[in-house]
Design a protein around this ligand. Structure first.
Ligand code: KIV
Length: 279
């Protein structure tokens, strides 16, 4: 039994107020969630990055509610002691406030996640406010917003001029007014992220945002070197799991071909009359 205790949204604020850092990674399935649950990690995001990592899409834009919900549910089951975020996919909250509330309620109610996450700044604030009023905790996401990366000119660092940095601060302030309890800030220069962290009262959860934020976020398959397609500049490989897995698979292949697997240790050895084997 783990003595790890699941964070609440109030703990996010407490950590920030006490200057205590924490970590936040992704999971999309039960097994990975249960591994993360055994670690010291405080927060799991079931991100719409599942589009790339699990479904092989080239981005997050095509991901649907129907694809997200079973994954969020399986992570919630696998990580009972870790705070789990259900990411709202593109198109699930953009048509109207009613549509956004409908899908936010689905995500929260059908999966048992602890909060939802939505991308967007000033333009999304009224919708976020409406969802918060329903009683669903919302985490914001500004800076590089992968769902709308096309309109940002691609997967690029955001807030790279004084005007753009000021717009990010405006976005963050408006989200805070709308009632988010924390917000992800993705791919921004570290000085801009520092200013955001000092200016905004709720925790700033940084991915590619340098060291001065309240919490560090990474995609698990990136940081453990599992996803082979692309490694962003801000990702450090803390382990090399892909190579370990290939090594294990090749050993299985080799031992199968040379007959050392399965030995008696891995076989049912009961003698059955008429079915004896020469050993
Ligand atoms: O979907 C995701 O993995 C994310 C992280 C990049 C924060 O939104």
């Amino acid at each position: 039994m783990s003595d790890k205790k699941k964070m609440t949204i109030f703990d996010f604020q407490k950590y920030k107020d006490e200057g205590k850092k924490f970590t936040y990674v992704t999971a999309y399935d039960y097994t990975m969630a249960s591994i993360i649950d055994q670690s010291e990690t405080e927060v799991i995001l079931v991100g719409d990055s599942l589009g790339m990592i699990m479904l092989g899409y080239s981005g997050t834009t095509p991901v649907t509610m129907e694809e997200m919900i079973p994954h969020v549910r399986s992570v919630v089951k696998g990580a009972p002691n870790t705070f789990v975020i259900g990411d709202m996919p593109f198109g699930a909250y953009h048509e109207s406030k009613e549509q956004a509330i409908h899908n936010a309620v689905r995500m929260y109610k059908e999966t048992g996640c602890d909060c939802i996450k939505m991308e967007g700044g000033v333009e999304m604030a009224e919708t976020i406010e409406a969802i918060v009023k329903v009683g669903i905790p919302v985490m914001g996401h500004i800076g590089l917003t992968p769902q709308t990366a096309g309109s940002l000119g691609g997967f690029k660092v955001q807030g790279g001029t004084p005007e753009r940095a000021a717009k990010l601060i405006e976005d963050a302030k408006r989200l805070e007014e709308a009632g988010v309890f924390s917000m992800v800030v993705e791919c921004v220069p570290k000085g801009v992220a520092k200013k955001l962290t000092e200016t905004i009262k709720v925790p700033i959860l940084g991915i590619g945002a340098g060291p001065y934020v309240d919490c560090q976020v990474l995609v698990t398959q990136d940081m453990l070197d599992m996803y082979g397609d692309f490694t962003p500049k801000f990702v450090k490989h803390f382990a090399h799991i892909r190579q370990e897995m290939i090594k294990g698979l090749n050993l299985f292949h080799e031992e199968t071909l040379n007959g050392t697997f399965p030995s008696n240790e891995y076989s049912f050895n009961a003698k059955v009359e008429g079915y004896e084997v020469d050993e």
